[in-house]
Ligand binder design. Structure first.
Ligand code: BTN
Length: 251
C-alpha cells in the first residue's frame, strides 16, 4: 500500500479507525512538526500529520531535515497528555522505530544516543520532540523521519557517508505499513507500564554503551569517557557525568 492512498478519504478513514487518531495527509508542506504543533491547541484529539515532502523540515540542533518527495516517511504525532518529558520520549521513539522495523522483517536496527536509529552502521531515522505545558498534562509533538527509498545520490554530499535508507540497506518497505506499525509502537512506548522494558530494549540496541565517547555541545567537547548507561530520564551517563543533551561520537 502506498502512502498516497491516504489522499483517498475512505482509505484515510479506515486507517484513522485503525490508529485511533486523525490523520492529516499532505503532499507538500513546510514541516509536519510545525503543522502538528499548530493543530495541537488545547482540546485537540490525537492526530498524526504525514507528508510526502517538507520544504522546511526540522532536525535536531536547529538543523534542516532533507528528503526528496515521496522517498521518506515524514510524520509528526500529537500526544495529549504528554506521555513523558520530550527528551525521554524522543529516545523511546527510537525503540518504537526499531520495533516497527522488526515487524517488517528488519531486525538489525540499532540506537545511537539520543535519538538516532541506525541500520548497517548509518543513520536511517531520527526523532524530534516538542512539549507544551497547559496545566492539564500538556501535550507533546513527536516528529520522525525515516529514510525509506533514497538512493545514495538523494542525500546531500556531506551526508553520504553517514546516512542511509532502508532501500540502500537492502529492504523494500511500504511507507503506509511503516506508518501504521510505528504509530502502534509509539502508543505502546507511551504507556507508563512499558517504560522500563523500552529502556532496557534501548540499552540492548545501543551502539555506544561500554565505549569511549566524546560528547559535544554546541560544537564543543562537554565530556569524555566511557558511556556507561542511560538514566531513567534518558540522560547518558559518561564516566561520572550525566549528559542531558548533546551529540556523541566514538573517540
Ligand atoms: C534528527 O535530526 O535526527 C531528527 C529529525 C526529525 C525529522 C522529522 S521529519 C518529520 C518531522 N517534521 C520535521 O520537520 N521534522 C521531523
Amino acid at each position: 500500500m502506498r502512502l498516497a492512498l491516504l489522499a483517498i478519504p475512505a482509505v484515510r478513514s479506515a486507517i484513522e479507525l485503525e490508529l485511533g487518531r486523525r490523520v492529516e495527509y499532505l503532499s507538500s508542506l513546510p514541516s509536519t512538526q510545525d503543522r502538528a504543533r499548530e493543530l495541537g491547541g488545547s482540546g485537540s484529539a490525537p492526530l498524526v500529520v504525514v507528508a510526502e515532502e517538507q520544504t522546511a523540515g526540522r532536525g535536531t540542533h536547529g538543523r534542516s531535515w532533507l528528503a526528496p518527495a515521496g522517498k521518506a516517511l515524514l510524520a509528526s504525532w500529537l500526544f495529549r497528555p504528554a506521555p513523558a518529558e520530550a527528551a525521554l520520549f524522543a529516545l523511546l521513539a527510537g525503540v518504537a522505530v526499531a520495533r516497527a522495523l522488526d515487524g517488517l522483517g528488519i531486525s538489525t536496527a540499532l540506537l545511537k544516543w539520543p535519538n538516532d536509529v541506525e541500520v548497517g552502521g548509518n543513520k536511517v531515522a531520527g526523532a524530534l520532540a516538542h512539549a507544551t505545558t497547559d496545566g492539564e498534562g500538556g501535550s507533546l509533538v513527536l516528529g520522525i523521519g525515516v529514510n525509506v527509498h533514497q538512493r545514495r545520490e538523494d542525500f546531500p554530499p556531506e551526508l553520504r557517508e553517514s546516512a542511509t535508507s532502508l532501500a540502500l540497506a537492502g529492504h523494500t518497505v511500504d511507507r503506509l505499513s511503516l506508518l501504521v506499525r510505528l504509530t502502534r509502537e509509539l502508543d505502546r512506548v507511551a504507556g507508563p507500564s512499558e517504560r522500563r522494558l523500552a529502556l532496557d530494549e534501548w540499552r540492548r540496541r545501543a551502539t555506544l554503551l561500554g565505549q569511549r565517547v566524546e560528547v559535544l555541545r554546541e560544537g564543543r567537547t562537554a565530556a569524555r569517557g566511557i558511556a556507561r548507561d542511560i538514566a531513567d530520564d534518558g540522560a547518558l551517563i559518561v564516566g561520572d557525568e550525566r549528559i542531558a543533551a548533546g551529540e556523541v561520537r566514538l573517540q
